[in-house]
Design a protein around this ligand. Sequence first.
Ligand SMILES: N[C@@H](CCC(=O)N[C@@H](CS)C(=O)NCC(=O)O)C(=O)O
Length: 215
Amino acid sequence: MILHHCHQARSMRSLWLLFEINVPFELVVHEFGAELHQPEYLRHSGAGRVPCLIDGDVVLSESGAITEYLCAKYAPELGRDANDADWPDWLQYLHFAETMGAHVATLTQQHIVLFKDEMRSPVLMKIERKRLELVLSVLEQRLAGRDFILGGFSGIDTNIGYGLYVAQHFTPLTAYPNILAYFKRLQMRPAFVKALPPQGTAIIYKQDFYEVWDG
Ligand SMILES: N[C@@H](CCC(=O)N[C@@H](CS)C(=O)NCC(=O)O)C(=O)O
């Protein structure tokens, strides 16, 4: 099995989950940017995105699908199926992770990828931060009285947890006590720590926090 990855990108979800499951795999690390748009890589992931997981003849390049696949095939205890009472919640929150993903991706574009001030939109930055905060308030309610999204650690927590790992760069998580406690719980997991970028490697988030920009 091969995972194509960029440090701090959504592929961190799949890397973290692979470490949780503890199956052998080969990790191929790319630099975030032009390298993903080379013809050789586009053969695997047509839109030039990470993650991309290759398992024999199976090629998947959606982090939610990879979570479903890895849990179903290698770690059913971390997944859910239609026979489980909390399967609807599994589906809802696995996909909800990409609602958060859309906002943090736009904020990443605005604050980091668009490197010249004239390319950026302070209006869009403010709107996307507000929309992210609304998503976080839903998550805050879900986590009231819970340690994890479902009844124990599951694959979903890698998808949601990665969203929080990025979100903390754009809005303070201290406004959400349940989320903060949950995120601290996740950060203590050895598999999460193993999925972090090694010291000295190229990363996307070079600052701890990106303040709303007023132009
Ligand atoms: N919905 C996809 C999104 C994948 C995605 O857009 N990944 C970003 C990194 S976080 C990427 O590869 N961007 C490179 C690019 O757009 O060129 C998923 O959840 O895996």
